[in-house]
Ligand binder design. Structure first.
Ligand SMILES: NC(=O)c1ccc[n+]([C@@H]2O[C@H](COP(=O)([O-])OP(=O)(O)OC[C@H]3O[C@@H](n4cnc5c(N)ncnc54)[C@H](OP(=O)(O)O)[C@@H]3O)[C@@H](O)[C@H]2O)c1
Length: 176
C-alpha cells in the first residue's frame, strides 16, 4: 500500500481529531477540504480536485458528509479511486435499523463501499451532537424526552480506534 492516507472531512468534528491521531501515530496523512487552508482542496460532490487529491494515496478514510448529497459524493469518490486504493468509510451504528433519511443515505453509501471491497467503521453519536440536540430541546417550554436510545461516544475514542484500523491496514496486521 502507498504510504499516504487521505482523510475526507478532515475539518469536521471527527476529522480534526482524527488528523491529530494519525499524525501522533506517525502515519503520513493529509486532510481534504473544499476550502480550508493547508488541506488538499477537493469537492466530493462536483468532483473538482479529486483526482489530484488521490495521487499517491493508499488509504482513504471517508469522513466527509454534508447530510444531503452523501450518495453522490460517495459515487464520485468510488469512481475516482484506483484499484489498489483502499477505502474505510465512517458510518453510524443503527443505520440499518433506524429509518431516518440521513441514515438511509448512509446505508446506501455503505452498500456502495461494500460492493467496492471497502470497509465500514460504525460509530455511535458523538457527544457534541447529543449536546446540540439537548440544547435545542431545552429552549422549549416543555422538554420532550426523545423516544430513542443512544450511547454517545467521544470523538477522541473514535479517532483512536480509526487510527488503529488505519495503521493495521497499512501493515497488513489485524487491528487490536
Ligand atoms: N456527528 C455524529 O454524531 C456522528 C456519529 C457517528 C458517525 N458520524 C459520521 O462521521 C463522519 C464525520 O461526521 P462529523 O460530524 O465529524 O462531520 P462534520 O463535522 O459535519 O464535518 C463534515 C465534513 O465534511 C466535509 N465535506 C462536506 N461536503 C463536502 C464535499 N462536497 N466535498 C468534500 N468535503 C466535504 C467538510 O469539509 P469542508 O467544509 O472543509 O469542505 C467537513 O470536514 C460522517 O460520515 C458522519 O455521518 C457522525
Amino acid at each position: 500500500m502507498a504510504a499516504d492516507i487521505l482523510v475526507t472531512g478532515a475539518t469536521g468534528k471527527l476529522g480534526r481529531v482524527l488528523m491529530e491521531e494519525l499524525r501522533e501515530r506517525g502515519l503520513a496523512a493529509r486532510g481534504m477540504s473544499r476550502s480550508a487552508p493547508g488541506m488538499v482542496r477537493a469537492d466530493l460532490v462536483s468532483g473538482e480536485g479529486l483526482a489530484a487529491a488521490l495521487g499517491g494515496v493508499g488509504l482513504v478514510i471517508h469522513a466527509a458528509t454534508d447530510g444531503r448529497r452523501d450518495v453522490v459524493a460517495a459515487r464520485r469518490l468510488l469512481s475516482a479511486l484506483g484499484a489498489d486504493q483502499r477505502l474505510l468509510y465512517v458510518s453510524i451504528v443503527g443505520v440499518d435499523r433506524v429509518p431516518l433519511p440521513y441514515y438511509r443515505q448512509k446505508l446506501a453509501v455503505e452498500g456502495l463501499v461494500r460492493d467496492r471491497g471497502g470497509s465500514i467503521f460504525r460509530a455511535t453519536q458523538f457527544h457534541d451532537l447529543i449536546f446540540m440536540i439537548a440544547r435545542g430541546l431545552a429552549r422549549l417550554p416543555v422538554v420532550p424526552y426523545p423516544a430513542f436510545d443512544f450511547q454517545p461516544v467521544d470523538t477522541r475514542d473514535v479517532a483512536r480506534r480509526l487510527g488503529a484500523v488505519a495503521a493495521a491496514l497499512g501493515s497488513g496486521a489485524a487491528p487490536v
